[in-house]
Design a protein around this ligand. Sequence first.
Ligand code: IMP
Length: 424
Amino acid sequence: MPANIVIGTQWGDEGKGKVIDIMASRAQVVVRSQGGNNAGHTVVSNGQVYKLHLVPSGILYPDTQCLIGAGVVLDPKDFIGELDEMEQRGVSTANLKIDPRAHVVMPWHLTLDGLSEQFRGNSDIGTTKRGIGPTYMDKYERCGIRVCDLVNPAVFAEKARATGILKNKIITEVYGGQAHDLDAVIAEYTAYGERLRPYVADVSVLTYEAYKAGKTILFEGAQATLLDIDFGTYPYVTSSHPVSAGVCVGTGVGPRMIDNIIGVAKAYTTRVGKGPFPTELFDEIGDQIREKGGEYGTTTGRPRRTGWFDAVIVRHSVRVNGLDGLAINKLDTLSGLGTLKVCVGYVKPDGTTLHDFPSSLEELAECAPIYEEIQGFDEDITGCRTFEELPKACQDYILRLEELCECKVAMVGVGPDRDQMIER
Ligand code: IMP
């Protein structure tokens, strides 16, 4: 399987990191195509814990090429911090390349992310405040600063000053915030450009060359389908395309190159940030899932909202991404919860039922889940390594999810370690 994509099928935090890590160990090239340091996943290697935000997970394998595509937004300060930490811990970053077309997160983007969220008050999106939305806004406004600008001091100074003057006006005159000292920003970011120059290379070309050479490529998704700017729960979404098609535009490769698309889901549902969540649990079971599953954000530490598995959502993801297989994570978290519930459809107040995920948030907000009850299990399944070793109730749960989602379950996660993954 030379070119594989791993995508989140719910609202993020499905445990993509573990699936990506397993697949990265078999890949020669690992590519990030969208998002920025709003993503976060933890990789455990040789007993060491690494928290990665922008650096692709292949970095822990010395011979793996790690690529950051044009569709990513890169915060140079944060990224250099991540590089420094890697180097200090003996992990080489020599095989890492960044596309010159990637847009740069500037300090005013961080300021504007915070100010616009504050301005929205109770209607805030609940962003990670990493400046992601404002950076993509500038990209589409066609006034963004790209990595190719950052590494060219004269061009960078001119563009940063021109856009910085406008951003300062918006910060001070619209929001009443504090202006950025443009000379200081230009000096600081020019130094970041110097540091990043050796890492810059055309990722579209590198990926295509790897493909032609028959190398195994892994495209690691960040965020997830319901956070997609078009196919997610707008406006409670991120500003990029975390769906499989986003990989092609965000890397600069054609869709025919892709062989296999894996969608990752949890055996239940979680989300951070705001917005309707039909299967959300507000009771003890929701708390038990949060504590047992360690459902606190990697990037922000925020407690995650928890709920039952929603097959309407995952079916939507199967279609939007053209999934070849599902990886169902954290099945072990459901042990000891009694009877399990799975949402198979929605019912609206007028009694009409929905099979497909609605486009309007207002419609979603009034949807109540239609549940199917499935027998639970109490056994500790963390030691199971084959599907057949799982208790019958677990097997039945997975087989039912497979039917409801209309997609084969290719992997089942029974614990946090890399080897606690059953491959079917
Ligand atoms: P932003 O991406 O920081 O603009 O945040 C927009 C929405 O996406 C918020 O609800 C965030 O919590 C959510 N979000 C962004 N990145 C992630 C992620 O990696 N996992 C889960 N949620 C995320």
